[in-house]
Design a binder for this molecule. Structure first.
Ligand SMILES: Nc1ncnc2c1ncn2[C@@H]1O[C@H](COP(=O)(O)OP(=O)(O)OP(=O)(O)O)[C@@H](O)[C@H]1O
Ligand SMILES: [Mg+2]
Length: 145
């Protein structure tokens, strides 16, 4: 785990920039990322920063009510960024109903999941963790695997 301290959303953007550069593109299927952290710890903000670094032009909002949003990127390998908010889900089965398996089988998908603990039984083995925590008003700790 690499540990970063962000003192502003701009610093979080810089952390996301380096993180996108470090993504492993050799996996057979999608790369799934579990974003762990309390309300307001910065899971959506980090995903928005990743989207920006990947050249997503759409506005990236929190998918709390729609559960899942799919964005086209300009990244050479991960041509789709899938943002999932499992906050309102109770089990992995709820995601399977949203074609999760098909998304996971496509190596050109980067899938970022908020509240992954709610769907833990269907996360692929190579799921990577990002742990965010609230330190102070503008300070967040970000641990990346
Ligand atoms: N250093 C920082 N890095 C990231 N976000 C920060 C930072 N400082 C302040 N913030 C603010 O903290 C808030 C984080 O909210 P965000 O919606 O990203 O959290 P979340 O973890 O997705 O919450 P939820 O569980 O409700 O979905 C944003 O309003 C953001 O502007
Ligand atoms: Mg969120």
């Amino acid at each position: 785990m690499n540990k970063f301290t962000s003192r502003s959303p701009e610093e979080t953007q810089g952390i996301a920039r380096e993180w996108v550069k470090s993504l492993d593109t050799s996996s057979e299927g999608a790369q799934v990322i579990g974003l762990y952290g309390n309300l307001g710890s910065g899971k959506t903000t980090f995903t928005q920063a990743v989207a920006k670094e990947m050249g997503v032009e759409d506005i990236v909002n929190s998918p709390t009510y729609v559960i899942e949003k799919i964005y086209e990127t300009k990244h050479p390998h991960f041509i789709r960024l899938i943002h999932i908010d499992a906050y309102r889900l109770e089990k992995g089965r709820d995601l399977q109903d949203l074609n999760f398996e098909e998304l996971v089988n496509n190596k050109h998908n980067l899938i970022m999941i908020e509240w992954p603990e709610n769907v833990k039984e269907i996360l692929p083995q190579n799921t990577k963790r990002i742990e965010l925590s609230f330190v102070d008003e503008n300070i967040r700790e970000i641990k990346v695997q």
